[in-house]
Design a protein around this ligand. Structure first.
Ligand code: PHE
Length: 403
């Protein structure tokens, strides 16, 4: 039963004559015609209200989607909506009637608002269901092949070496690929006519107006010089980078990589150099107790100088590090020559230290069984897929350096 009947105990009048309020013509009617007596007005009002309520609730329930529902809401409850229009008609009533009519009005308003909310909930749920159905992923589809890139063995080895020396307290230092004579040769104790300048088979750049010639650095040792000039001891750096020599065969390419180590302080001696390299070799090759041999050698920038060999076996075409009775040369090193310290403004009477230089490709080839140096730079994707590393396989000492 309709609540307004209970409230007023009066039968609701129906009829076309009283319908004008619903259509929003009530104001016009009051101007054009004499105002109906209050009780008639109230009855008519209730009637209109009930009709309006039924009509709007039906419209709400019939709204096919959220857009249509919003339209119904605006038509019903908006500023110029029909309920609002009817509300305005309260003005013509006496206070008591207006109070009762106003309460009814609010009830109807609330009922319509509640119906809109309920319908909205239904429509939203239906929309979500439809979206879920539409966006369902068919997991039975076979996955498309994914083209994952891989890390080049040079980058991997570089990271491994940095991880090992980083653990020993070495900081990474860098220098330019294009060097001048001073940093690449003179400061490193190469006299002007030293055959080593020829020995390196250097790529020179065109001569400059002052007669000097820049060059592509032949080793990473100029980074020693740059570091010593810019930083007072103690120094402990590792300088990985590209180097260039005019060479090309199975074991030489015009561009290759080295890493340079340099330690300068007041007490460092050859024993430290040996310990450091022993530590490095065992960590890098992931083999305990690799026997090492220091062979006397010559570099202008170290005195004494040595080349370092490690034990290996080559039986059955397989190289094994740390066992067997062959030797494998892996790097050059020595105590930094006093002339180099002097050229860099460091007092050789007070400071000393060691340096070493290692071919990055060389140790990568040894560890990962890559037979031909040239393949590193051929950009052959099949090669890279075979020898490359997963992108997230970042080498760390605790997580493992290799694969
Ligand atoms: N610079 C040397 C080379 O390229 C390697 C080296 C570095 C040797 C440091 C001794 C000390 O062959």
């Amino acid at each position: 039963m309709c609540p307004m009947r209970v409230l007023h105990g009066r039968a609701v009048q129906t009829g076309a004559g009283l319908f004008f309020g619903v259509r929003g013509c009530y104001a016009t009617a009051t101007i054009g015609a004499p105002a109906p007596p209050p009780h008639r007005l109230m009855d008519g009002y209730m009637d209109d209200l009930e009709t309006l309520r039924a009509e709007l609730i039906t419209a709400v329930e019939d709204a096919p989607d959220l857009g249509a529902l919003e339209e119904v809401r605006v038509t019903a409850l908006g500023k110029k909506g029909r309920v609002t229009a009817l509300m305005k008609s309260l003005g013509g009533m006496d206070p008591e009637t207006r109070k009762a009519a106003g309460q009814e009005m609010n009830r109807v308003k609330d009922a319509i608002a509640a119906a809109i909310e309920a319908r909205k909930g239904e429509l939203e749920a239906a929309e979500l269901d439809a979206r879920l159905a539409r966006e369902r992923i068919d997991v039975t589809l076979s996955a498309r092949p994914e083209r994952a890139g891989s890390i080049h063995p040079i980058s991997q080895t570089w990271d491994e070496v940095v991880a090992i020396f980083g653990q020993m307290g070495f900081a990474v230092a860098e220098g330019p690929d294009i060097e001048d004579d001073f940093h690449n040769f003179t400061a490193l104790n190469f006299p002007p006519d030293h055959p080593a300048r020829e020995m390196h088979d250097t790529f020179f750049l065109p001569q400059r107006p002052d007669g000097s010639r820049h060059l592509l650095r032949t080793h990473t040792s100029p980074v020693q010089v740059r570091t010593m000039i810019h930083q007072p001891p103690p120094i402990r750096i590792l300088a990985p980078g590209r180097t260039y020599r005019s060479d090309s065969d199975m074991t030489h390419t015009p561009m290759f990589h080295q890493f340079e180590g340099l330690v300068i302080d007041e007490t460092t001696h050859m024993g430290h150099l040996k310990g450091c390299l022993q530590e490095f070799v065992e960590a890098y090759f992931e083999v305990d107790d690799v026997p090492m041999r220091f062979r006397p050698s010559f570099f202008p920038f170290t005195e004494p100088s040595a080349e370092v060999d490690i034990r290996c076996s080559r039986k059955g075409g397989e190289l094994r590090i740390g066992a067997g009775d062959d030797w494998l040369e892996i790097l050059g090193c020595g105590m930094v020559h006093p002339n180099v310290l002097k050229a860099c403004g460091i007092d050789p009477a007070r400071y000393q230290g060691f340096a070493f230089g290692v071919g990055l490709e060389r140790i990568a080839m040894l560890k990962y069984g890559i037979p031909d140096l040239r393949t590193f730079f051929e950009s052959d994707l099949r090669w890279l897929r075979h020898y490359g590393f997963a992108a997230l396989d970042v080498p760390t000492l605790h997580g493992g350096l290799g694969r």
